[in-house]
Design a protein around this ligand. Structure first.
Ligand SMILES: [Zn+2]
Length: 562
């Protein structure tokens, strides 16, 4: 009996402390010490980070190993996003993902290139069969890089379950040195309704943080009344680098009782956009700071909450003193506390913001259509999280939809009737959004159907019609016309487009399609002579680049090789 009891207690505490995921199944994808430039669940632009960003010594070309045996189930090459990426499906159902890689290992590289030449496209997505590309734990599958939407050399590494949900890879036993406590950069308090107030104000308040010697924080005592909530900006640094990464867990306690827990163990790609409901989106747009709210407002479908009492809100009564505590933990268990003393004090709030009103109300449960002259805006049901009065006006071709500081969870459509334009004009006209203090014309992906130009967007703000009359540019980087290039490994060109950006490019040598890798960050097109397309002595290179309205430029040069 005693044995059974011991076993029960042991099992319970074991599952609580340890991961439910296999601990020794996956090895590290790199053979260097793991240093992170990004953690799982980290708050990014419109999404939670779905893996670990592993530093690669500021270099490209490091070996990437199969973390466990399995088969390569997906390969994707794209200009943006993960750049070149390899997915391995393992027999236990998990899928590992390796992104931003420079190139694949020889066997995989040959497999991919054959398909690229067959499809005549650099961008490609492949789903190899079970037996095509089998890998054993420890095989080199690729070399690390900086392709796609990557801001510096690193490996993006993910582990997904059999339903494609990313899981925190650290839960599988990968080790990262971290003895440093999370850092708190700001704390804000929010009066939630008209009657509530903080320090006598009905507006959001930034609280003064007092760092303590032990790494914890105090916040200056505050008075409050009614329904309130808090938000914080916190980061975590690990031991071997200065990178500001995301924290693992945030817990709040109200008068000693757990009030809310947010933790980053797992999420689904379907919910990742709702990051914009977790953060104070307007604050992010105004201040470029991501505050994570420690309360759950309506229409927030995120799954990473736990221990929820009153959706994380606090009700403060007159004359009653309260203690609110925020506990922030990194994956290694280093903990930082913030203590906030709140004294209940009912008084008339001093400043109250008059809510914006207009004749145009967006009710999220309904479709909304705004139409004036030649411009139509269609918001599908549930485009936004809240109902609101929209600041809407039209002046000739300029459409004003108010400040772009409200998160949209769906695309809405803006269409312009362009029947007044000549077919010749229409070739170069696009829908632009005015961005920044200098009203930069930012191309909004524009399509045309009969006499209508339309764009699908999640951005409010100001739109107009603009015209792109400038053709793309193409310049050779490492060669000149009529040059001997016998010893050259690569042909390099620089391509650019001023207004709407590059839509597509096509390169041929003696009429045969060649694979040119496009790097949008360096604006380069690179051909590798080892693809063995060139067999003649005299060769003609032809490159055509087209921008997003269809302006195109053709570059031609001849070269010799023996
Ligand atoms: Zn990443």
């Amino acid at each position: 009996m005693r044995h059974i009891l011991f076993l029960l207690v042991f099992t319970a505490s074991f599952t609580q402390a340890q991961s439910i995921y296999p601990q020794d199944y996956f090895r590290s994808p790199l053979d260097i010490e793991l240093i992170l430039s990004g953690t799982f669940g980290e708050l990014r632009s419109n999404h939670f980070h779905s893996g670990l960003d592993l530093k690669t010594k500021q270099r490209e070309g490091l070996n990437i190993y199969a973390t466990a045996s399995g088969y390569i189930s997906r390969i994707k090459v794209s200009h943006y996003g993960y750049g070149k990426a390899v997915y391995i499906t393992h027999p236990n159902g998990y899928v590992t993902v390796h992104g931003h890689i420079q190139r694949f290992s020889d066997k995989i590289e040959a497999y991919v290139k054959a398909k690229q030449y067959e499809k005549e496209s650099f961008e490609i997505e492949l789903f190899p069969d079970l037996n095509d590309l089998v890998v054993t734990k420890g095989d080199v599958i690729a070399y690390s890089g900086n392709t796609g939407g990557s801001g510096g050399p690193h490996l993006h590494f993910e582990i997904r379950d059999n339903q494609e949900r990313p899981i925190n890879p650290l839960l599988f036993g990968l080790k990262v040195k971290d003895s440093k406590k999370p850092i708190v950069r700001s704390v804000y308090a929010y009066p939630i309704d008209d009657l509530s107030h903080i320090n006598g104000s009905n507006l959001k308040q930034k609280l003064r943080l007092v760092p303590l010697k032990n790494g914890d924080y105090k916040v200056e005592d505050l008075t409050a009344y009614g329904k309130i909530g808090f938000a914080i900006n916190s980061i975590d640094r690990q031991d071997l680098a200065a990178n500001k990464n995301g924290v693992y867990k945030i817990e709040t306690f109200y008068n000693g009782m757990q009030n809310l827990t947010i933790d980053f163990k797992k999420f689904s790609f379907a919910e990742t956009k709702h990051l914009n409901r977790l953060i104070d989106y307007k604050h992010y747009k105004d201040e470029k700071e991501r505050l994570q709210k420690l309360f759950i407002d309506s229409n927030n479908p995120l799954s990473m909450y736990d221990n929820i009492i009153d959706d994380g809100y606090l009700i403060i009564y007159d004359t009653i003193s309260n203690v609110y505590k925020v506990k922030i933990t990194d994956f290694e268990g280093n903990t930082t506390n913030i203590d906030i003393n709140i004294k209940g004090e009912n008084k008339q709030p001093s400043d109250i913001e008059a809510p914006f009103t207009s004749p145009y109300y967006i009710q999220s449960s309904d479709v909304s259509v705004l139409e004036d002259n030649n411009i139509k805006v269609e918001f599908p049901k549930e485009t936004f999280y809240d109902d609101f009065f929209i600041d809407y006006s039209v002046n000739v071709d300029t459409l004003n939809l108010g400040e772009n500081n409200r998160a949209a969870k769906k695309y809405f459509t803006i269409s312009y009737d362009v029947s007044n334009y000549t077919p010749e004009d229409l070739k170069q006209i696009y829908i632009a959004r005015l961005v920044g203090w200098n009203n930069y014309l930012s191309y909004s992906s524009t399509k045309r159907k009969d006499n209508t130009l339309y764009t699908r967007t999640k951005n409010l703000g100001t739109y107009c019609l603009a015209r792109d009359t400038v053709n793309p540019t193409i310049k050779p980087i490492n060669f000149k016309d009529k040059q001997w290039l016998s010893k050259y490994r690569y042909l390099k060109l620089k391509i650019d487009d001023k207004h709407t950006g590059i839509s597509n490019y096509r390169a041929t040598i003696n009429g045969k399609w060649i694979l040119m890798e496009y790097d949008y960050k360096k604006k380069t097109l690179i051909y590798d002579f080892s693809d063995n397309v060139v067999t003649d002595t005299k060769n003609n290179l032809k490159v055509i680049v087209t921008d997003n309205v269809g302006n195109s430029t053709t570059f031609e040069a001849s070269f010799f090789r023996k």
